[in-house]
Ligand binder design. Structure first.
Ligand SMILES: *[C@@H]1O[C@H](CO)[C@@H](O)[C@H](O)[C@H]1NC(C)=O
Ligand SMILES: *[C@@H]1O[C@H](CO)[C@@H](O)[C@H](O)[C@H]1NC(C)=O
Ligand SMILES: *[C@@H]1O[C@H](CO)[C@@H](O)[C@H](O)[C@H]1NC(C)=O
Length: 249
């Protein structure tokens, strides 16, 4: 028996691909790579039972490119969340005299912890795929292609980035309020979207955090950057993005 995860992944991929992906060429690159790596796992694990899909986050490690950010020394990986949403910007004028100013972000966070623990070679591909997928209309529906469940919300309170992992009255995982300590330009291989991929970040937990959170890394970014100038842009606008968030405590 193949793992339930892969059966559901593949079903989601196959059934969702046609209506969701608006460009068949976009579809083939990242999805082909994803499915190729998925089938390699299926071949190599043969008929291991589902229980082999351990959900222990302790084996999770950051992508190697994140070595350009401070290391999570003395911290333990708690969760990996696939974020999908928008980066928000404002423009003082609609001319090339002004530059877009970042004012925040809004994203849904999907539970990729077990996926990252079991498929470290595939987790990095998820944002590139999610970037081209619209968010499910219903908040608690899973996100293709790996059928990930909602684990929280990312937004800003004023200038403070917030990761709220309290989703339902029985799912209260805590709230990380963070500040940016370091950033790194996304690698050139990142999905650029219309204006480039937002940078990778090291965010450390700050005042107001509820729970044992110590830091959040934004990595594997796709899209999200604003145009270089405000030429022709409205007063405020959003840019679609996706990223993996590695949450440490
Ligand atoms: C960012 O844009 C989203 C989507 O339009 C909106 O819901 C949200 O309120 C905006 N947030 C900020 C901080 O501007
Ligand atoms: C994350 O998803 C896995 C299944 O892939 C599940 O076992 C785990 O309980 C979920 N964790 C949270 C916090 O939702
Ligand atoms: C931390 O936040 C609390 C509650 O918002 C506030 O009362 C306190 O003064 C803040 N402390 C610092 C050091 O900012």
């Amino acid at each position: 028996m193949y793992s339930t995860l892969f059966i559901t992944s593949c079903l989601a991929v196959c059934s969702a691909a046609a209506p969701i992906f608006d460009n068949v060429y976009d579809f083939s690159d990242d999805m082909a790579e994803f499915l190729g790596r998925a089938s390699k796992h299926i071949r190599s694990t043969g008929d291991l039972p589902d229980s082999s899909l351990s959900c222990d986050p302790s084996s999770i490690s950051l992508p190697s490119f994140a070595s350009g950010l401070p290391a999570p020394s003395g911290q333990k990986p708690l969760y990996v969340a696939l974020g999908r949403g928008t980066q928000n910007y404002t423009c003082a004028t609609s001319t090339s005299e002004s530059e877009p100013v970042a004012i925040g972000a809004v994203a849904r966070l999907y539970n990729a912890t077990c996926f990252a623990a079991n498929f470290p070679d595939m987790i990095e591909l998820l944002p590139a795929i999610a970037y081209r997928v619209s968010l499910p209309t219903r908040e608690y529906d899973t996100l293709p292609p790996a059928n990930l469940g909602l684990i929280g919300h990312h937004f800003f309170e004023g200038k403070t980035p917030v990761f709220n992992l309290d989703t339902t009255p029985t799912r209260q995982l805590g709230i990380a309020k963070v500040k940016k300590d370091a950033d790194l330009d996304a690698p050139s291989s990142a999905i650029q979207g219309s204006n480039g991929a937002v940078g990778w970040l090291y965010l450390s937990a700050t005042n107001g955090t509820i729970g044992t959170f110590k830091s959040v890394y934004r990595v594997d970014t796709a899209g999200g950057s604003p145009p270089k100038t405000c030429d022709g842009m409205p007063e405020s606008f959003n840019v679609q993005y996706a990223a993996n968030y590695y949450i440490y405590g």
